[in-house]
Each structure stands twice: as C-alpha cells, then as structure tokens.
Design a protein around this ligand. Structure first.
Ligand SMILES: NC(=O)c1ccc[n+]([C@@H]2O[C@H](COP(=O)([O-])OP(=O)(O)OC[C@H]3O[C@@H](n4cnc5c(N)ncnc54)[C@H](OP(=O)(O)O)[C@@H]3O)[C@@H](O)[C@H]2O)c1
Length: 285
C-alpha cells in the first residue's frame, strides 16, 4: 500500500516516523512532499527508501491513502492542486480540525476522512480522533483504523465534537506540560528541590497515572478517593485545586472555541469567497 504525506512539518514528520517505528509502514511505500524541500529531504536521508518529490500531485498519484498535513489556511491551495489528480478510489485524510469534511468533499472526488493526531503518537500512544466522510466504506474505515492503531488508539467522534475532543487529546499534552512546569517551578522556588528533579518526579507520576486511568481501570473519582484519605495531606491539596481551578477549564474551553470559530470564518471565506473573490475572478477570466 502506497501512502502519501503532503506537508512534512512537525505533524507530517511525526506521523511518518511513528508509522515507520511501529513497523506499520515501510519507507519504500511512503512518498512525501513539502513546500520547501529541506524537511522532506531530511526524512529521506534518515529513512533510506522513502521517496520525496517536489510535487504534491506526484505524491498523491497512485497513493491509496493521502495524508494532508498542512496548516488550515494552506488547505485550499493543496486541494485545488489535487482536484484533477485524485479519484474516487483514493482516501484523503485531513489532520486539521477546522477544515470541514464537506469542504473537501465538494472539491475532490476522493473518499475523505478526518483524523486528528496528537504528539503522543510519537510515543506510539494517545488517542487519534476519527471522523469519516460520506464516501468512506466499512472496508476503508477498517484499513484506516488498522493503520492508525499502530501508533495510537483510534476513537470515533462526531465532527461537531472535533474542537473539544482536540482540546483534550491533541492540545492536552501542552496543557498538562504547562501545569507540570508551573508546579515544578513553584516546588523549586518554595522548597529548594531541583527543577529537573521535580519534573522527573512529575513525568513518572503522569505516566503511572495514565496507566491507572487506562489499563488500570480507575476513574478519576476512584483515583482521588484512593489517594486522598479524609483528613490527610492530599485532601488539603485537592481543596486548594478545587477553589483555584473552578473557572479555569471553562475559560480554557471558551478561549479555544473562540479561536476555532475565528478559524472557521477565515476558512469559510477562503473556500467560499464573496463575490469579486478569487473564484469569481477566475470564472470571469
Ligand atoms: N502540532 C500538533 O500537535 C497538531 C496536532 C493535531 C493536528 N495538527 C494539525 O496539523 C497540521 C500541520 O501542523 P504542523 O504543526 O505540522 O505545522 P507545520 O510544522 O507548519 O507543518 C506544515 C507543513 O506544511 C508545509 N506546506 C505548506 N503549504 C504546502 C503546500 N502547498 N504543499 C506542500 N507542503 C506545504 C509547510 O512547508 P514549509 O516548510 O514550506 O513551511 C510545513 O512543512 C495543522 O493543520 C494542525 O492543525 C497539529
């Protein structure tokens, strides 16, 4: 199976390297293209056999699955390039949240899926968020989930839930890393423990907590009950978090959704320009 990756920036490269490390893909079956050639060429150097091309159309041509790993505002240019190239047998996978499946289905004849990845996939873990377009058949879904499950746990979501699910699965590692950093800095400032030591302790704790909440079968409530015995030290700490964090997560969700809505408006303007926009000018020419 030939798989193309268009855009080999942070996420495109991460996905390619995770698929290679998991053994799900072999370099000979990957073709990558990127706007500026250096990033793709670096991948080819690191993984002999991986093919690199300067042309997105050439990467897509003959690939069964095509991952689009460019930023939202670069989608239209790539999609327009692929429009006359891809056909109804190929699967185009968007990895970005604000580009709607219908926007892609309206412009190219291929089967469309949206799979939102996470940086956690570079550790072959974390949830990938899967949304399938109207042309995806059960066998396409099976193929995609077989591939993506080599580096993550695929979770099906509704497209309307993309933002909130991405907040948790995809932005979450950065949010949690921020909390750990703040915690370690406060620990170091107030007690003299080394910052690096505090971060190592925290990272091991997060790893173990993740395991307990997944394979260990704990719910967040059970985990708190087991650690925070009444009248103990943990209960004191939880009371502080309870008063300090009561508004934080609502504000966080409001902020990410506000930004997402702005991105949707920009994308809608790009894909459906008002009269006098690029598409109209092209039509008149
Ligand atoms: N970062 C995350 O954790 C994360 C998680 C989930 C989803 N995503 C999504 O992943 C997408 C990519 O994000 P990223 O962090 O990987 O961004 P990035 O590092 O900027 O990578 C985007 C790449 O796309 C290339 N590109 C732009 N236009 C192109 C074109 N017309 N043809 C070919 N290549 C083109 C860029 O090339 P140049 O080298 O020329 O700039 C760049 O290497 C975004 O939509 C983001 O929402 C990211």
């Amino acid at each position: 199976m030939k798989v193309a990756f268009i855009g080999t920036g942070s996420m495109g490269s991460l996905l390619i390297e995770a698929f290679l490390r998991s053994g799900a893909l072999h370099p000979h079956y990957i073709c990558a293209s990127n706007r500026s050639p250096q990033k793709a060429e670096l991948l080819a150097k690191r993984h002999p056999g991986l093919r690199v091309t300067g042309s997105n159309a050439e990467a897509a041509n003959g690939s069964q699955i095509i991952f689009l790993c460019v930023k939202p505002l670069d989608y239209l240019a790539v999609i327009d390039e692929l429009a006359g190239i891809v056909d109804e047998r190929q699967i185009v996978v968007s990895i970005t949240s604000p580009v709607q499946i219908r926007m892609l289905e309206e412009r190219i004849p291929s089967k469309i899926a949206k799979i939102i990845p996470s940086i956690t996939h570079s550790a072959l873990s974390g949830a990938s968020l899967c949304i399938y377009g109207s042309r995806i058949l059960p066998e396409d879904r099976l193929l995609l989930e077989q591939l993506i499950s080599s580096i993550s746990i695929p979770m099906s979501i509704r497209e309307t839930e993309t933002r909130i699910a991405s907040d948790i699965a995809s932005c979450g590692p950065a949010f949690i890393a921020f909390i750990l950093q703040q915690w370690a800095e406060a620990a170091s400032r107030l007690t003299g423990i080394g910052r690096a030591e505090a971060i190592s302790l925290g990272a091991e704790m997060l790893y173990g907590t993740g395991k307990l909440l997944t394979e260990g079968g704990f719910t967040p409530e059970e985990l708190q009950r087991r650690v925070a015995v009444p009248g103990g030290v943990t209960a004191e700490g939880i009371a502080v978090l309870d008063s300090g964090l009561s508004r934080v997560f609502s504000s966080l969700i409001e902020a990410t959704h506000r930004k997402y809505d702005e991105d949707l408006v920009k994308l809608d303007g790009l894909f459906n320009p008002p009269s006098g926009g690029t598409a109209d000018r092209e039509e008149r020419a």
